[in-house]
Design a protein around this ligand. Structure first.
Ligand code: FDP
Length: 361
């Protein structure tokens, strides 16, 4: 009894106690589950499986240079991009771990054209969409890369008893970002971090490689009020529309520094911790990517959920809330403006005014 009282502190108690340092991610997730006595434990199980995958991927990423797994795998993915060996490693690691965990009904990965079925008899009540290795153009140059994930409950009508549920369908994935039950990323960098939300704030956990465990290191992350950084690929300037060109010129007049890594997870993480705005607008560079480069399901929506929980905001370049977009296909792309709420709102206002002025003239 005494043990129970000491061990099973509520999240609220953790939040006011400095003893949170040293809390492992699995114990944190179990405590979250205890706040929902009716919970089946499936989400806990799913997150724990993902964490194991993350640790394995981390090990692969760390020894990439030694194990000769850098470089191209010699084929293109469905987005027409070169697939790198590490992309394949990470994609296979997540797929093989999740396909028989019993918690997901199907998966969507950036690297697979169609939805990925799970093993027969293992269909569960969640969907998992993921980008196994985001920022892959940075792999060979030892710059931060990451895994992004987004979890929804599958369509309610298909949730049944364990081991009897039907396979997942594309429809299960065509849900708004606002309906995510959990989302986050693992960033492989100078230290490896897991940052995630289940809709009760954002917390960051840092991997202690000597122990092989993620510990709570960034409690209840809130994006700072001051927007320190502007992150955008200005190499695309000539492909932007005039409104976007003018907005970027406008924001550069402010007290802001430019930072662009070219790994979404790393750019997002820096801005989440230090304050900033990240933009990937639509451009005319590639006619097949009319809606920008980033994908809604496993890039924009999970990061939008995180930023919203951290007090920020994510929209498209016409001001649509990313979390309110109902996808029409699993690899849908979207323009993305994400970061400090005030600055993102101001960007929306600016772009709206430009459009109105153009309509008038
Ligand atoms: P990458 O192509 O290297 O995988 O969507 C993928 C992504 O990287 C993001 O991580 C990153 O923010 C963006 O594309 C970088 O694109 P640009 O090189 O066009 O700036």
């Amino acid at each position: 009894m005494l043990y129970d009282k000491i061990r099973y502190k509520t999240i609220k108690e953790y939040a006011v106690s400095d003893k949170t340092l040293g809390v492992t991610v699995s114990s944190y997730i179990m405590d979250l589950q205890r706040e929902f006595p009716e919970a089946s434990g499936d989400l806990t199980g799913l997150l724990n499986e993902l964490i194991v995958a993350a640790k394995t991927i981390n090990a692969d990423v760390n020894k990439a240079g030694l194990a000769n797994i850098l470089g191209m795998a010699g084929k293109k993915n469905i987005q027409g991009e070169e697939v790198q060996n590490l992309d394949e490693f990470t994609n296979n690691e997540i797929k093989s771990r999740m396909e028989r965990c019993g918690y997901v009904c199907a998966m969507v990965s950036e690297e697979d054209e169609n939805i990925i079925p799970v093993k027969e008899g293992y269909s569960g009540k969640y969907t998992l969409a993921f980008d196994p290795l985001d920022g892959s153009s940075n792999i060979d140059v030892n710059v931060n890369i990451g895994t992004i994930f987004s979890i929804h409950r599958r369509n309610e009508a298909d949730i049944g008893a364990p081991y009897t549920m039907k396979p997942g369908t594309v429809e299960d994935f065509l849900q708004k970002g606002s309906e995510q039950v959990a989302a986050g990323y693992i960033m492989y960098g100078s230290s490896t971090m897991l940052v995630f939300t289940t809709g009760r704030g954002v917390n960051g956990f840092t991997l202690d490689p000597s122990v092989g465990e993620f510990y709570l290191s960034h409690k209840n992350i809130k994006i700072p009020k001051t927007c320190k950084y502007l992150s955008v690929n200005e190499g695309n300037y000539r492909y932007w529309d005039d409104d976007m060109k003018q907005y970027i010129a406008h924001i550069k007049e402010k007290n802001i520094s430019s930072r662009y890594i070219g790994s979404l997870v790393a750019d997002f993480h820096r801005n989440l911790i230090s304050g900033g705005i990240f933009l990937y607008p639509k451009d005319s560079k590639d006619p097949s990517k009319k809606q920008g480069k980033l994908r809604l399901l496993y890039e924009a929506a999970p990061l939008a959920f995180l930023v919203q929980q951290a007090g920020g905001m994510a929209v498209t370049d016409d001001g649509t809330d990313i979390l309110e977009i109902k996808p029409t296909s699993i690899h849908q792309r979207t323009p993305l403006i994400i970061g400090n709420k005030d600055v993102v709102s101001e960007a929306v206002e600016f772009l709206k005014k430009m459009k109105e002025n153009r309509a008038k003239s």
